[in-house]
Design a protein around this ligand. Structure first.
Ligand SMILES: Cc1cc2nc3c(=O)[nH]c(=O)nc-3n(C[C@H](O)[C@H](O)[C@H](O)COP(=O)(O)OP(=O)(O)OC[C@H]3O[C@@H](n4cnc5c(N)ncnc54)[C@H](O)[C@@H]3O)c2cc1C
Length: 237
């Protein structure tokens, strides 16, 4: 994928019409085995922070461990003169949303717990470093004038850590707050999207997706909505 994008970029440089000129954005989907300088170390970190009793963590580990799994560990966004360095790659952290008391109008307690473990921190740093590597490799380096974010002042591990801690974002891909594992495994909805322990209540949105997969999630949300429509229509037909 990266090779294909570099080729498109190179064609543009030579004056040929290419997809790179006409697409607002291109995406690369990578496994850590390709993108990380120390992918084995990353996997060790993932194993050390994942909770083996948690079914979601086990699934995340299995996707991370399998280089042939088609679930990307890292999504690279190529825009016009830009490779995003601020995203959050496939993670082990889970945050939470809880009620704060008996008053239904009270604000909920929300803590996304971003970069709250060693794997998420290292993975996010590796992603940002990999993007610099791309930007400083041919043919991007001949095409692009300079790196403005974070800029070449950022060199040491500590500086990369400070950069990702201050700048990381979810790209609006929030999910997992009403995830779909079994109730015993901490799930909120069953495979029919019904909330455990409540009658006649379904959740149909991104929150039922249990795992962030380093990819845009809107198509999955459409899929969930279509599946919900099928389930509900079947019930009342
Ligand atoms: C700026 C931006 C850019 C994005 N770009 C992309 C992209 O390029 N590709 C991609 O795949 N994803 C993208 N996303 C993410 C994608 O839009 C979301 O993942 C997706 O819309 C989530 O769907 P949802 O149904 O879970 O929630 P939403 O789409 O947020 O739907 C929630 C709905 O509930 C309504 N609502 C809220 N509170 C109440 C209430 N109290 N009563 C009644 N209704 C209520 C809201 O008005 C809204 O219509 C982007 C998101 C943003 C914000």
């Amino acid at each position: 994928m990266v090779q294909a994008l570099l080729q498109l970029c190179s064609q543009a440089r030579q004056g040929h019409t290419s997809l790179y000129q006409y697409s607002g954005i291109c995406y690369g989907f990578l496994k850590w085995q390709t993108a990380a300088s120390k992918s084995t170390r990353l996997l060790q970190l993932a194993r050390s922070v994942a909770d083996p009793s948690n079914v979601i963590d086990r699934m995340k580990l299995s996707l991370l461990s399998d280089p042939t799994s088609r679930a990307p560990d890292l999504q690279v966004v190529f825009g016009d003169g830009y490779i995003g360095t601020r995203g959050y790659p496939a993670n082990i952290t889970s945050g939470y949303v809880h009620i704060s008391g008996a008053n239904a109008s009270a604000k909920p307690l929300i803590d996304p717990r971003y970069i709250s473990n060693a794997f998420d921190l290292e993975a996010t740093k590796e992603a940002a470093k990999y993007l610099r590597k791309m930007g400083t490799s041919s043919p991007f380096k001949e095409l692009w004038a300079k790196e403005y974010d974070p800029g070449f002042d950022t060199q040491t591990d500590e500086q990369w850590e400070a950069y990702v801690r201050e700048n990381v974002s979810t790209f609006y891909h929030l999910l997992e707050t009403c995830a779909m594992p079994t109730k015993e495994n901490g799930g909120v909805v069953d495979p029919e999207l019904k909330v455990y322990g409540v009658r006649n209540l379904r959740v149909v949105d991104a929150s039922v997706i249990p795992i962030m997969s380093s990819a845009n999630i809107q198509t999955a949300v459409y899929g969930i909505a279509e599946r919900a429509a099928e389930i509900i229509a079947k019930k009342y037909r």
